[in-house]
Design a protein around this ligand. Structure first.
Ligand code: 1OR
Length: 377
């Protein structure tokens, strides 16, 4: 037991600031701290104003079971069900609560008192949901029981073109899995909103603010009619964030000895663990399929063999080109997988090392086929 009492919320505040510093690498930490905490304060004030106005909770479907007996839920004063907000203007009133939940994922105390969120679904909805969630990495390391709790809690969100699902700077309300639709990703750069990528009918977004109690890092806008599945913040926290603590314990030692990741800070390596999924492959199973002709005929030639601690699959991501080689499992194998958006976000600092290694692939190919054109960026 500690003799010094740590004020409630201090840890989360500092953690939020640290994560933002690591993500944005500001030149002046003090100036950045002033901006960051001003934003936190503004959000707190906004939250209080919203509470006063007794505004309704987040978007369609995000309702906690009314049997909730959790005493300090922020939402408790808020009126639960009014008519559903299905406006197409793109802005919904959202739950505002910077650093409301404790971040410590090991802190299990209130697990039993947390209400379990269940959104009933038809068989057809459940099937579509299961399909959409099949490749979501954050779900890959969940136990079956936890996974089905996640599915129970998810709710369908239909979106219209130009609808903002998430606005950068807001507080996180939900995590989203894409069932269909194309979504642009915008990030503020020097005061302007820049499109940095898109999701095309698959993937998920909105995990960062929920995992690290930080403001939304990007704006996500639907470009066409789309369908999403949302998972509320409380359930995400209870199941995914807690599972991440387990993942950290499982993969910490392994990640420490992956040479590529040596140049990252410990906290950055841990963020990689947070978004990793694990996948097992059988002997000879194809893990990556070559999508362009790298050879004159159709015979496949083994060009390299990777083992524990090495990586593959980055080439197409770094060069933005189709897959240049196929990869097969040799024996029973297990890979840790990172998705493309997280790859770009988290492995930026490793780009130089990866590019250096890519020039080695070129040497290998030149030795085999006498050309490296396919690998040129
Ligand atoms: P969030 O909860 O912060 C916005 O809400 C979401 O956009 C975020 O979680 C991610 O799921 C998703 N940088 C930050 N967030 C991103 C990015 C991104 N891409 C998708 N999201 N970058 C683009 C990487 C292709 C880096 C931009 C500098």
């Amino acid at each position: 037991m500690s003799a010094v009492e740590i004020p409630a919320g201090l840890k989360e505040l500092l953690q939020g600031y640290t994560v933002e510093v690591l993500r944005r690498r500001p030149p002046n930490l003090v100036e950045f701290a002033v901006q960051h905490f001003t934003r936190v304060l503004e959000s707190q004030k906004k939250e209080q104003r919203l509470k006063k106005r007794n505004s309704k909770p987040a978007r369609k479907g995000v309702t906690f079971q009314t049997s909730s007996n959790t005493p300090n839920k922020d939402d408790e004063e808020e009126e639960e069900e009014e008519e559903e907000d299905t406006s197409t203007t793109g802005k919904y009133s959202r739950r505002v609560s910077v650093c409301a939940e404790a971040y410590n994922p090991d802190d299990d105390e209130d697990d039993d008192t947390e209400p379990r969120v269940v959104h009933p679904k038809t068989d057809e909805q459940r099937r579509r949901l299961q399909d959409a969630c099949r490749d979501i990495l954050l779900f890959k390391t969940l136990e079956q029981e936890q996974f089905s709790e996640v599915l129970d809690a998810m709710f369908e969100v239909l979106v219209k073109p130009q609808e903002h699902i998430i606005d950068q700077g807001d507080d996180g309300d939900n995590f989203y899995v894409i069932e269909k639709g194309v979504y642009d990703i915008f990030v503020q750069k020097d005061g302007a909103s820049v499109c940095v990528g898109k999701y095309d009918n698959k993937g998920s977004f909105g995990e960062l603010a929920l995992m690290y109690n930080t403001p939304r890092a990007a704006t996500i806008v639907a470009t066409q009619d789309g369908a999403l599945w949302g998972l509320d913040r409380a359930t995400f926290h209870r199941l995914i964030v807690k599972n991440n603590a387990k993942k950290r314990r499982m993969y910490e030692a392994f990640i420490e000895c992956v040479p590529l990741l040596k140049s990252l800070e410990l906290s950055e390596r841990m963020k990689i663990v947070d978004v990793l999924g694990a996948r097992a492959f059988k002997d000879e199973e194809r893990i990556i399929t070559q999508t362009k002709a790298g050879q004159q005929d159709n015979t496949e030639v083994e060009v390299a063999r990777c083992s524990r601690g090495q990586y593959f699959g980055e080439l197409a991501l770094v060069t933005n080109k189709p897959r240049a080689a196929s990869v097969y499992a040799v024996g029973e194998t297990k890979c840790l997988v990172i998705d493309i958006q997280a790859f770009e976000r988290l492995l930026g600092p490793c780009m130089d090392i990866m590019k250096r290694n890519i020039s080695q692939y070129e040497d290998q190919l030149v030795a085999l086929f006498g050309t490296s054109d396919d690998l040129k960026h």
